[in-house]
Design a protein around this ligand. Structure first.
Ligand SMILES: [Mn+2]
Length: 341
């Protein structure tokens, strides 16, 4: 275990002292954020604790099956932030900075000293009175699994399915560099306990609306290669989203497509937000640390997967990112391309 068992214990004590616990994760929730939230709710309900989850954006279609039975709210214009005031403890999962949960910063500020943070990102800003942070964990869901398993707090099959989904999606179905023995061991234990890996895959990956494929086609249409075809950049503006009938959440995974090109070592996807700002997602095959690049522009993430926001308009953001990324890519010697581990 990479997290001190005393910290696990302290976090559990905090939960046991609380009357009502709210679980929050980052905006644009992914499989890890949603799966971890569902699994924590599952464990807490087994233990008879009152708890509910708050997702900061709607659940992408592919993950709807995970939340079918959970007490999960979505932050919308109709959500009453005063509901948060009733909670006396908060668990922030798969995020470790105020920036990632900025829309609930106001209502959560009063709970800052009763905040448990469970995260595996490299960048954090000190958020959380108790920090269960381990950047060597393949997914936040893995920390959640180890936390409650070490305490003997049981998950039902619902929680285990959610954790398997968290682990599987954050490791790209056990293909990314974060797929280690620890992740596979936990996955094996989950399968041993009744999780069906292929059903999990089919439920998530074979559940898209046509809009998502239409958007992928649009993004690929915008693909341009720079720096000796080692840098791939794609862009999606609001008009493209509208034309496809797609939403922001449909852009998840699109960024991985150019990584199939042998010469590409960094992939970037720029998505225009309704307010005109541009969200930039970055992926790297390892030679360029995109977490550092993102951090230099106020963002963050992992060495091989990071993100940031930058000012619009799109054309200027696009030029800015090409300049920044091509400099970083061109600093990598060409012969290291094939040395990619
Ligand atoms: Mn994660």
């Amino acid at each position: 275990l990479s997290i001190d068992p005393k910290l696990f214990r302290a976090a559990a004590d905090r939960i046991d002292r609380a009357n009502e616990i709210v679980i929050v994760s980052h905006r644009r929730p992914d499989g890890d954020a949603i799966g971890s939230t569902v699994a924590i709710l599952d464990v807490l309900s087994q233990r008879g604790r009152r708890a509910w989850g708050l997702l900061l954006d709607s659940v992408p279609l592919r993950y709807r099956g995970l939340v079918a039975n959970g007490s999960i709210h979505v932050w919308t214009s109709t959500f009453d932030p005063r509901q948060i005031e009733r909670a006396d403890a908060v668990i922030v999962v798969d995020a470790a900075s105020w920036e990632q949960i900025d829309v609930v910063r106001g209502p959560l500020a009063a709970l800052a000293d009763r905040m448990i943070v469970v995260d595996h990102h490299e960048t954090h800003d000190g958020l959380g009175a108790i920090q269960l942070i381990d950047s060597t964990a393949a997914a936040s869901g893995l920390i959640v699994y180890e936390w409650f398993t070490s305490l003997g707090w049981p998950f039902s099959i619902v929680g285990l399915n959610a954790l398997f989904a968290a682990l599987a999606t954050d490791t790209g179905w056990f293909r990314f560099s974060n797929t280690d023995a620890r992740a596979l061991r936990a996955a094996a234990e989950m399968v041993q306990a009744g999780v069906r890996a292929h059903q999990c895959y089919e439920a998530i990956s074979w559940s898209e609306a046509p809009a998502r494929l239409a958007l992928t086609a649009k993004a690929l249409d915008s693909l341009s290669l720079h720096s000796d075809q080692r840098l791939a950049i794609m862009r999606i503006d609001q008009a493209a989203l509208a034309e496809c009938g797609a939403s922001r959440s449909d852009t998840e995974d699109v960024i991985n497509e150019p990584m199939r090109i042998g010469s590409v070592i960094v992939s970037a996807l720029l998505v225009e937000e309704p307010n005109g700002r541009v969200r930039v997602s970055l992926r790297s095959k390892g030679q360029v640390n995109v977490a550092e690049l993102a951090a230099s522009m106020g963002g963050g993430g992992h060495a091989r997967a990071a993100g940031l926001h930058t000012e619009g308009p799109m054309s200027e953001a696009y030029a800015r990112m090409i300049a920044l990324l091509s400099t970083a890519v061109e600093a990598v010697p060409c012969n290291s391309v094939k040395a990619n581990a």
